[in-house]
Design a binder for this molecule. Sequence first.
Ligand code: IDP
Ligand code: MG
Length: 140
Amino acid sequence: MATEHTLSIIKPDATRRNLTGRINAKFEAAGLRIVAQKRLRLTQAQAEAFYAVHRERPFFGGLVSFMTSGPVVAQVLEGEDAVAKNREIMGATDPKKADAGTIRAEFAKDIEANSVHGSDAADTAAQEISFFFAGIEITG
Ligand code: IDP
Ligand code: MG
């Protein structure tokens, strides 16, 4: 299995509750390395662009207003099979369905305010990483 990169976002519900360190500890304990990281506040246009794939979904407006409601921490995670491994560490979108020990089971408030984003495939990971980071900002 190859070393991969994936894009993670610690969402506003988690930054608000000061959970950045506890979430990062889960990535590191599972063997993922945080190779780039920055805290920022998304504008409405940026959040709409990032989640453009969901623009026809009924939850799109709520998702954009949630994602702009406070700071996020965008990060690049590196490791063996990082895209799938991060999805495992995150748990299911709906925290009620997330396995015990996952970030969403432990920290998420509900299906919208679910604490973390993670890319869902290698191609979307590459696109999402370049949305937030220049190559020069990523150090292995
Ligand atoms: P994922 O984050 O697990 O990949 P997606 O289906 O890609 O889940 O949805 C993107 C984000 O949109 C979710 O993480 C969550 O914040 C929000 N979302 C997804 N489904 C719903 C819903 O049914 N109601 C409200 N928000 C939702
Ligand atoms: Mg998704």
